[in-house]
Ligand binder design. Structure first.
Ligand SMILES: Cc1cc2nc3c(=O)[nH]c(=O)nc-3n(C[C@H](O)[C@H](O)[C@H](O)COP(=O)(O)OP(=O)(O)OC[C@H]3O[C@@H](n4cnc5c(N)ncnc54)[C@H](O)[C@@H]3O)c2cc1C
Length: 215
């Protein structure tokens, strides 16, 4: 972020942790350091926070969370490790992916307990290389729940806008549930109701905000 001069840390300020880049990885690192009581400086060189992450679909691949257990209770960390071993092979240190697998479920649980970040499992979301041994049809890919951008207050203005391809009607953010309802708008009463609510909320948001806060 191009910090205004008055927002720059005072000369001689000290921090426990300095994070470079406010995308998903940097924001998560800064957040967890903050939750652990560290004094954090987050440095971003563009005018927005969010990086490529803000342009993405937001799907988060973390096996063996509580969410995974809801849709695929048969899945295990050992199976996920088998999948990653087959997908990655010798191209990276196996200890790194073991650390990722071991820490992932607790990281998701901590994030959900202490912040506004919440997830749900996709009922159907196969692993990308679905013919590899250890792959699953669901449970590992998590979808972030819609977040009310208004909670960010003035900081909403520095959140990188989504790409037009992921919005409809000039900026309305939709998730897979919304898309399914919009497609059945004319043939199902519940879908009509859902779509109407979505459209009215978007219209009302656009009267107050230059872009939809996407919740
Ligand atoms: C259309 C699209 C859809 C996608 N969908 C998914 C998906 O559903 N699931 C998934 O897992 N992945 C998806 N991806 C990929 C995913 O978005 C990226 O892998 C991920 O966002 C990378 O996160 P990051 O934090 O490493 O980098 P970024 O989110 O790009 O953040 C890096 C940040 O660092 C800043 N920066 C860079 N250099 C400096 C510097 N020298 N000083 C200060 N700041 C600096 C940048 O400005 C940026 O803000 C998608 C990508 C795209 C483009």
């Amino acid at each position: 972020m191009l910090l205004q001069l008055e927002n720059l840390p005072a000369q001689g300020s000290e921090f426990d942790v300095v994070v470079i880049g406010a995308g998903g990885a940097g924001l998560a690192a800064a957040l967890f350091a903050g939750l652990a009581g560290q004094k954090v400086l987050l440095v971003e060189h563009s005018e927005y926070v969010g990086g490529t992450t803000a342009l993405s679909g937001g799907t988060t691949w973390i096996p063996s969370t509580l969410h995974s257990a809801r849709v695929n209770p048969q899945d295990t960390l050992a199976e996920a490790a088998r999948y990653l071993d087959n997908a990655i092979g010798e191209r990276a240190d196996p200890a790194l992916r073991q650390a990722f697998l071991q820490a992932g479920p607790a990281a998701v649980a901590a994030l959900e307990a202490a912040t506004e970040v919440k997830f749900r499992p996709y009922p159907k979301h196969p692993d990308y290389i679905s013919d590899l041994p250890g792959s699953t049809l669901n449970g590992r890919a998590l979808e972030p729940l819609p977040f009310d951008g208004r909670l960010l207050g003035e900081l909403f203005a520095v959140l990188r806008p989504p790409i037009p391809e992921f919005t409809v009607l000039g900026g309305m953010m939709v998730d897979r549930t919304d898309i399914n309802h919009l497609l059945k708008l004319k043939s199902s009463l519940p879908s009509f109701r859902h779509s109407l609510k979505l459209l009215l909320r978007h219209a009302s948001d656009r009267l107050s905000y230059p872009r939809a806060p996407g919740w």
